[in-house]
Ligand binder design. Structure first.
Ligand SMILES: [Cu+2]
Length: 136
């Protein structure tokens, strides 16, 4: 019986490993990040970001105030004596209200990368930070 529970746990964890949830600060917006390709240092990576305001929407009905500007920046913070460096800019395509496809995301070195998700509205910036370990 114990064995079955462990197998079920692995199946469950395995099916969720490509999805992460993050909260923007300061704001009530939540993000769901689903990797379609990657993360890997040897190919182009892409992922879908779904955004919703937890006060007015939900994961099933994502929507976002259209005044928000969404941006993504990749940064490697712990890299040698220089401290850190960015990657090249990603491509962001709006698929629906609150749903964005992020492509052309490159992690040119193995290691820990910061994926900075940024929301800007009326000069106010909210950030959600996703740590990505690029192992291959
Ligand atoms: Cu580096």
């Amino acid at each position: 019986m114990k064995k079955i529970i462990w197998i079920l746990l692995f199946v469950f964890l395995g099916s969720c490993e490509n999805v992460q949830y993050l909260d923007f600060y300061p704001s009530s917006v939540r993000a769901r990040v689903e990797w379609k390709k990657g993360p890997s240092s040897t190919q182009e990576n892409n992922f879908i970001v779904t955004l919703w305001d937890t006060h007015t929407g939900s994961e099933a009905k994502p929507s976002l105030d259209s005044h928000y500007e969404f941006d993504v920046q990749l940064w490697m913070s712990n890299c040698g004596p220089s401290g850190g460096h960015p990657s090249s800019p990603v491509k962001i395509k709006k698929i629906a209200g609150g749903v964005f496809e992020v492509s052309e995301a490159y992690f040119p070195m193995k290691g820990l990368w910061d994926v900075n998700l940024k929301l800007k509205k009326n000069n106010q910036l909210a950030i959600a930070l996703l740590y990505v370990k690029v192992e291959k």
